[in-house]
Design a protein around this ligand. Sequence first.
Ligand SMILES: Cc1cc2nc3c(=O)[nH]c(=O)nc-3n(C[C@H](O)[C@H](O)[C@H](O)COP(=O)(O)OP(=O)(O)OC[C@H]3O[C@@H](n4cnc5c(N)ncnc54)[C@H](O)[C@@H]3O)c2cc1C
Ligand SMILES: *[C@@H]1O[C@H](CO)[C@@H](O)[C@H](O)[C@H]1NC(C)=O
Ligand SMILES: *[C@@H]1O[C@H](CO)[C@@H](O)[C@H](O)[C@H]1NC(C)=O
Ligand SMILES: *[C@@H]1O[C@H](CO)[C@@H](O)[C@H](O)[C@H]1NC(C)=O
Ligand SMILES: *[C@@H]1O[C@H](CO)[C@@H](O)[C@H](O)[C@H]1NC(C)=O
Ligand SMILES: *[C@@H]1O[C@H](CO)[C@@H](O)[C@H](O)[C@H]1NC(C)=O
Length: 498
Amino acid sequence: MKTAKVNIALLFLFSVTENMQHTAAIPSKTTNSKNSSIAIIGAGVAGLAAASRLIELGFTDVTIFEAQDRIGGRVFPVPFESGYLQMGAEYINGRNNPIYKIAQSLNILDKEENDAMDSYDPLKDATFYSGNCALAQSSIDKFLKFIAPLEKKFTKRATEGDEADKAESIGHLYGEEYKKFAAEHAKLPKDKDVYDAMSHFYQAYYYEAEWAADWNDLSLINFAQDNCSDPVDPVQIMNKQGYKAVLDHISANIPSSSIKLNSRVASIDYSGSGVRINLTSGPQKKQFQKVIVTVSLGHLKKFAKTMFYPSLPQAKQKAIDKLGFGAIGKLFLVYKKPWWDPEMTSLVTVAVENCANSTAADKLFHTFELIPWNKNVLLGWLSGPGPAAIDAMSDNKVSTTVTSLFRRMLKNGTIPAPTKIFRNQWTTNPLFGGTYSYISVAAAKTGLSLNDQLAAPIVVDGVARVLFAGEATHEDVYATVIGAYSSGRREAERLAKN
Ligand SMILES: Cc1cc2nc3c(=O)[nH]c(=O)nc-3n(C[C@H](O)[C@H](O)[C@H](O)COP(=O)(O)OP(=O)(O)OC[C@H]3O[C@@H](n4cnc5c(N)ncnc54)[C@H](O)[C@@H]3O)c2cc1C
Ligand SMILES: *[C@@H]1O[C@H](CO)[C@@H](O)[C@H](O)[C@H]1NC(C)=O
Ligand SMILES: *[C@@H]1O[C@H](CO)[C@@H](O)[C@H](O)[C@H]1NC(C)=O
Ligand SMILES: *[C@@H]1O[C@H](CO)[C@@H](O)[C@H](O)[C@H]1NC(C)=O
Ligand SMILES: *[C@@H]1O[C@H](CO)[C@@H](O)[C@H](O)[C@H]1NC(C)=O
Ligand SMILES: *[C@@H]1O[C@H](CO)[C@@H](O)[C@H](O)[C@H]1NC(C)=O
């Protein structure tokens, strides 16, 4: 990765020079004073962290433009009974990071859950259901034994392999392993159907619900770069306040008058002596000296070509096009009382092909988990084609689809429908266009760190005028709140320096 970084720096310098040819050159050496007018686009964790850090550094003229009517972006805690259901981020990846430190200082970590997680095996107390299809315990055991070493094997290959290896997709690598397994253990078509269905669950839960990526586009390099995962404590769980408390903490020093809600930015003009911003509702009279853009990679993929004047440097546009941005989905299903076995930790629906009474929609679902602080809620995880398919459905349709699934999979026609469904349709919202970024096969094939390329500021007259923060601009911990937070502070500090 070190060599790749050098390549990017050179490439970027080149493209900036190129870009400056059509940029008016007015020297503005005095832009570094603490009363410089700074605009921040987006009040997600990156935008809030940038504003908060700028204010800490003494900046007095900071304005955040946020398209939605709330702050938080992909951190979206919705009040429910005694706590918050997290429509977006919920967990902390590991302990060696600033978000864990904040959670620790706020005393919102769930000690009991995290102790239990020390020996966490998501499948240990999982119950598998497959309706009218016989899913023998011996088949489940055989399959779990087969998959047990795979993730470690991929991670090892990711750190030791050569460049070409790193651009292999996880789906392809799994396919090779599975072919060998199936040749030995799935001689009858009905056995093959069962193992195919278990493979589908493995794909959906272990990879696609984790990385928000189709595993045929999820490059091996993700397993080498993602150093946020703490091998001892990979996931930290917070109490029922969770990210609500983190959000309050991060935004505590930002005056509410600095945050303009319901203000969607249509275009950013950095061609003159500063930055001019047009909202969808009309141009802003105030001119800014610098801007920090924190909108999601999904939003940039849709709008970057029309959002910036002059156009973004080629290297940055290429990074936007090539990096991956996919989706996961979370469905909070509320019931009057639990109808599931209260001892289980997760309920897995295994959609076996050629099974009586199965439907095409069954494959959209796989894992339903309990939440620690409310016994009446099931959290359903969506991945692969699931999020887009479910986002396109009405709540009513989701309710009947999931209830029909449970009734057939558990062979119990009296399982009730949920009384309420909480979800956020991330894929259909143009402000997000999905949930978070990953390194695609095409991105890995470039051999460059496209996250760094996305992070590089646009420098005009020797001054960083358009800066970029957000989850996808973090080279190591993209896809997380940690990455968003660190990137926001990083850009505030960069801005203060030059
Ligand atoms: C369902 C889900 C589950 C997740 N789970 C976890 C988890 O458990 N742990 C974890 O660490 N991370 C998780 N993540 C990822 C994490 O939430 C994100 O990486 C992080 O919150 C991104 O922050 P950000 O500031 O970079 O972007 P955002 O939160 O997207 O902030 C950008 C802001 O810009 C606004 N905006 C967009 N376009 C415009 C425009 N044109 N004008 C003005 N404003 C605009 C948006 O409304 C948004 O508020 C999850 C994400 C999702 C969606
Ligand atoms: C910013 O502060 C400097 C002195 O610290 C002052 O000369 C300048 O006029 C101020 N600029 C604005 C836009 O207020
Ligand atoms: C990831 O690795 C880099 C380089 O070794 C290190 O500087 C960084 O702190 C690590 N990040 C985390 C979250 O551990
Ligand atoms: C911003 O809006 C003004 C007024 O409608 C328009 O003249 C200008 O071209 C817009 N800027 C950009 C970069 O689209
Ligand atoms: C079917 O579900 C209902 C509702 O939860 C429950 O009362 C009943 O015991 C279940 N029947 C069987 C056979 O599990
Ligand atoms: C399966 O479908 C048949 C025909 O539609 C129906 O009679 C039967 O009750 C169904 N069984 C289950 C478990 O849903």
